[in-house]
Design a protein around this ligand. Structure first.
Ligand code: PTJ
Length: 258
């Protein structure tokens, strides 16, 4: 199949997308976001976010570049070392990688917490149900009994025994203000974002410039492989990772196309 062969716009099930299509991952991603909007999980703004991400991914060659692979390993090590790791879920994350986030939570002992930019009780419930349908047992974010300081009302709502007290938080596809506010709370932030210039990866201790549909399974694989590693080995992986070099490398790849 060539890049110019088309796939019907009204694909009902993702299995109908041919895996040998050269833009398979992009078509799959778009399809999942559309389904997410239809199910009331993903906000319409999530489509714009996806379009932006897709453009960066195209320029990165739709592949995990080596600096992102190193970030994914360091992120897995951080989650394994943490006292209380939490994986934050928004409408795009829930639509794209519900089962994969559940598997990562299981491999690292992390909690899953729904935390939305455009928060409504209906979306929170729909996302929690969707995660449960994909194997999640305990989903946080419904209590919303604590607030992230210095952030306006809806976006600041978190669970007191979840993101609020977490030491390491994975915040994928996040808006910059919230990432900065979490950073100011002193949390170790792991950010997945295809735009290396976005404020979220810029403030993260571990910025992962990769498509979330590749990044999360990669992190789970690392976590499974490192399950028996001791703290010293995990800290060595974390210390070896250079966040500034990784951000620079991703930007170079996007600008140069090499
Ligand atoms: O579900 P809600 O209400 O919490 O809203 C979620 C969105 C994503 C709409 C909201 O957080 C938002 O508007 O985010 P931004 O500011 O558009 O940022 C999203 C970032 O994610 C952008 O920098 C995109 O490049 C990046 N991105 C989009 N899709 C992917 C991605 N990064 C990795 N993988 C993707 N598939």
């Amino acid at each position: 199949m060539t890049e110019y062969d088309t796939v019907s716009a009204d694909v009902e099930h993702e299995e109908e997308i041919p895996e040998d299509h050269p833009r398979y991952q992009d078509l799959l991603t778009r399809h999942r976001i559309e389904k997410g909007v239809e199910k009331g999980i993903t906000h319409l703004q999530g489509m714009h976010a996806e379009g932006r991400g897709s453009a960066f991914d195209y320029l990165l060659g739709e592949a995990t570049i080596p600096s992102a692979a190193a970030a994914e390993r360091a992120a897995a090590a951080h989650l394994l070392c943490a006292d209380h790791p939490v994986l934050s879920i928004n409408g795009n994350v829930a639509a794209l990688v519900p089962g994969e986030m559940t598997a990562l939570a299981e491999a690292t002992g992390a909690d899953l917490e729904v935390n939305l930019f455009n928060r409504t009780p209906e979306r929170i419930e729909a996302i929690a149900d969707h995660l449960r349908e994909h194997g999640a047992e305990d989903v946080k974010g419904l209590e919303a009994d604590a607030r992230i300081p210095n952030l306006d009302h809806q976006r600041a709502k978190v669970d007191a025994d979840g993101i609020y007290e977490a030491d390491v938080v994975l915040v994928p596809l996040e808006d910059g203000d919230r990432a900065e506010a979490l950073n100011e709370m002193g949390k170790t932030e792991i950010v997945i974002d295809l735009n290396p210039l976005s404020r979220s990866p810029q403030v993260a201790e571990i910025p992962i410039v990769d498509n979330i549909i590749r990044a999360v399974p990669n992190m789970t694989e690392h976590a499974q492989e490192l399950a028996d590693a001791d703290e010293e080995q995990l800290r060595a992986i974390i210390d070896d990772f250079d966040r500034d070099a990784a951000l620079e490398d991703a930007e170079d790849r996007i600008r140069s196309g090499v």
